[in-house]
Design a protein around this ligand. Structure first.
Ligand code: DOR
Length: 445
């Protein structure tokens, strides 16, 4: 008798670790059960996918969803809706909420708030502080925890460990890979006067490349001292890329679609404070430097750094305007456009957005299309031309810096553990998100 699957996705080009090959995918119980020719098989649901590409579900390892405390900007439901509308199947969310995510209670409450309410799977970072450093070995192992996140320079919220002693106290005790916002707080304070009221073009002048490089050098020095693994978030300078290529044993590297797409001064002239983020978007030379990091394999993952603020907040005069822009929903379309423009291969995109996150963070059963893995899939039409619009953005913030930008390549389906969540631009299944499981802490789940 022919096997019966829950779902068969038929005839797509499946992009994976073994190349891009036309094959069917059979799903049972939320997991991939068979890859190959399933023309003789039956299923409860058969979806024709000819002409489409199926990628392993895109995992966005850096988003800010603002719950608890700033839910007028976003919450776990709206942020994750934005994620699946953009083809993202899992997110790692940041601890600069209010209250901060720095205790076991705060972590448990976020996991409970996300369970079967978020539309994609999720994990949360625990904020590292001087005060909780001694407890981090337990905190980083909590169910649903993606690891420790440290802000070395201040940004939105009050998390900050600016000094080497504080940094050492954390790196000395933790065991998992920890993630860092790397900007040198001392230099940021010294240079505050360089901010020109009303002129966000002065943002990258204030938060200059030395601010980023100095902090990243300090971080790597400290990581070496303790044999710790550090993940340097949103790299923005050519100099850091050159430095980090010498330290790939201890340091992993993230870049964002914003820093690969926008550049100064153009972005500030066109978008004003909408382009303001930390670390800042810099000039074309730095943009070329981080693209080189992508080409040369120095970059491990892409994170959107989705950091929503309302348009009203963004309309404040610089520097009172908050830093951050939406991004979780535009990650896939923007990067597919870069693929179509020949800036990276589709295989490298999959490496950066699925295999890379799985490898760095040791995600259990995700990041690859293989039998036994979760059936998390990002289905894309590589040739579809679309224009990104504010009214397409499901984030509560309701805007994107790419409003009006035409792209080639579009997410048309998001499948989470075997269920279609987004299909042709519509949300088709209510929230069924669950905590991501990590190999290093399987016992905790
Ligand atoms: O621009 C930013 N916004 N960078 C950060 O590091 C934080 C983020 C936010 O939470 O608004």
């Amino acid at each position: 008798m022919a096997p019966i699957y829950d779902l068969i996705l038929k005839g797509a080009t499946v992009v994976n670790h073994d190349g891009a090959v036309e094959r069917d995918i059979g799903v049972t119980g939320g997991r991939i059960a068979e890859l190959g020719d399933l023309s003789q098989a039956s299923a409860a649901e058969v979806v024709a996918c000819r002409g489409l590409h199926i990628l392993p579900g895109v995992i966005d390892t850096q988003v800010h969803f603002r719950e608890p405390g700033m839910t007028h900007k976003e919450d776990l439901e709206s942020g994750s809706r934005s994620a699946v509308m953009g083809g993202v199947t899992a997110v790692f969310e940041m601890p600069n909420t209010n209250p901060l995510t720095i205790t076991a209670e705060a972590m448990a409450s976020k996991v409970a708030a996300g369970h079967h309410r978020m539309h994609c799977d999720f994990a949360f970072f625990i904020g590292g502080t001087r005060e909780n450093a001694q407890s981090l070995p337990e905190l980083e192992r909590l169910p649903g925890c993606a690891g420790v996140k440290v802000f070395m320079g201040s940004s939105t919220g009050s998390l900050l460990v600016e000094d080497d002693e504080g940094l050492d106290s954390i790196l000395k005790v933790i065991r998992r890979r920890a993630s860092f916002h790397s900007e040198d707080e001392y230099r940021l304070n010294e240079r505050k006067d360089l901010r020109i009221p009303g002129d966000p073009r002065s943002h990258p002048v204030w938060r200059d490349e030395v601010t980023a490089l100095r902090s990243t050098e300090r971080l790597v020095r400290s990581a070496r001292k303790y044999g710790a693994r550090v993940h340097v978030l949103h790299i923005t300078t050519a100099q850091e890329m050159d430095f980090l290529k010498e330290h790939k044993d201890v340091a992993s590297v993230e870049v964002t679609p914003h820093h690969l797409t926008l550049f100064a001064p153009d972005c500030y002239e066109r978008l004003g404070t909408l382009a303001q983020m930390n670390p800042p978007v810099r000039d074309a030379v730095h943009k070329a430097g981080i693209w080189r990091g992508v080409e040369q394999g120095i970059v491990d993952v892409l994170g959107s750094d989705h950091a929503p603020h309302t348009l009203e907040e963004k309309a404040k005069e610089y520097p009172a305007s908050p830093s951050g822009m939406t991004g979780v929903q535009t990650l896939v379309p923007l990067m597919l456009d870069h693929v179509n423009a020949g800036r990276l291969s589709l295989a490298r995109f999959v490496d950066l957005s699925s295999a890379g996150p799985a490898r760095l963070f040791g995600i259990a059963r995700k990041g690859r299309i293989a039998v036994g893995y979760d059936a998390d899939l990002t289905i894309v039409d590589l040739k579809r031309r679309e224009t990104i619009r504010n009214d397409w953005v499901a984030s509560r913030a309701g805007w994107t810096p790419y409003d009006g930008v035409a792209v080639t390549g579009w997410p048309v389906g998001t499948v989470l553990r075997g269920r279609r969540v987004m299909w042709n631009g519509e949300l088709v299944t209510p929230g069924q998100g669950e905590a991501v499981r990590f190999m290093e802490t399987l016992g905790a789940c």
